[in-house]
Write a protein that binds this ligand. Structure first.
Ligand SMILES: Cc1cc2nc3c(=O)[nH]c(=O)nc-3n(C[C@H](O)[C@H](O)[C@H](O)COP(=O)(O)OP(=O)(O)OC[C@H]3O[C@@H](n4cnc5c(N)ncnc54)[C@H](O)[C@@H]3O)c2cc1C
Length: 262
């Protein structure tokens, strides 16, 4: 069984930042990633609040920079899904879909999962990077939601694909998004924003993209005991409404610094 001083679950911004800070102090952590490097940020159309990028940067470009940083420090994630974690005798036992590992410290940077739509429909997606695995040429995409993600997704599809039409369905008149994003969507001829409207059987569409919120991805990682030592939750998994890359990165650096003081 392989032993690591520090194990990190998730290679989104939080997990990456934590690994970078640890490496600067000579500790090489293991990062487990069940999907691709970058986490939820892979879905971001245009990040305009990351300091240093006054003209904005796409989520993909920012991830490439994060990934290059990891590579320079010789950190490469293990692409396995963590399915169970136990804490016994001050050691974490981490079971993945491929093997079992142990560590002294465990950092949970597992992000969030989407809230599911209460509809029966085909071709439903919850992350744009999954939708983009399909050809959207001449397709009509219906986005359900009224927050930043719904409007960011709409702009992403309208600006970067040959989709025929993008419809945003908001079941009320209230939006929870940045006014700037809404304004851009309203100005985009390909985007049709409908208030007080829910999906109905008369509505035609090729794909649905659900963006009605997210919840912590911590179900398999909850511990029965309260006194688990050397355990850290960082980033979106613990930040509630405050789900932002900069906050996740700050959490990652902070957790690494705490580990280094123990
Ligand atoms: C459309 C959209 C636009 C956005 N725009 C912005 C923006 O402009 N500015 C900004 O600051 N933020 C933005 N965000 C938010 C930003 O993407 C998140 O705040 C950030 O990615 C959170 O980082 P994280 O590392 O905490 O979690 P995540 O990025 O969610 O990463 C979690 C990682 O953990 C992995 N994982 C989960 N469970 C397991 C497991 N059991 N085993 C192994 N791996 C696992 C996942 O696969 C994932 O890679 C946007 C988000 C979306 C959806």
């Amino acid at each position: 069984m392989m032993y690591f001083n520090v194990a990190i679950i998730g290679s989104g911004p939080a997990g990456i930042a934590c690994a970078i800070q640890l490496r600067r102090h000579g500790i090489t952590p293991v990062i487990f990633e069940k999907n691709e490097i970058g986490g939820l940020l892979r879905n971001a159309n245009f990040v305009e609040n990351y300091p240093g990028y006054a003209d904005g940067i796409t989520g993909k470009e920012l991830i490439t920079k994060f990934n290059n940083h990891l590579k320079k420090l010789n950190i490469s994630p293990i692409f396995e899904e963590v399915i169970k974690v136990n804490f016994t005798n001050e050691i974490f036992n981490i079971k993945t879909d491929n093997s079992t590992y142990t560590s002294k410290y465990l950092v949970i940077a597992s992000g969030t999962v989407p809230k599911k739509l209460n509809i029966e429909a085909n071709n439903v997606f919850y992350e744009i990077c999954e939708l983009y695995k399909h050809n959207l040429t001449h397709k009509k995409i219906v986005i359900i939601g009224s927050g930043d993600a719904a409007f960011d997704y709409a702009l992403n599809i309208a600006e970067n694909t040959d989709a025929r039409e993008v419809v945003i369905l908001n079941r009320s008149i209230k939006t929870k998004c940045l006014p700037l994003l809404k304004q851009r969507a309203l100005e985009n001829k390909k985007i049709n924003y409908l208030e007080n409207t829910e999906l109905n059987e008369n509505m035609e569409y090729d794909y649905i993209l659900g963006a009605i919120g997210r919840e912590p991805n911590d179900k398999i990682l909850r511990f029965a005991q309260n006194d688990v030592k050397n355990l850290f939750y960082i980033g979106d998994v613990k930040n509630g409404h405050f789900r932002q890359t900069t906050i996740a990165v700050g959490d990652g650096i902070k957790a690494a610094m705490e580990i280094l003081t123990r």
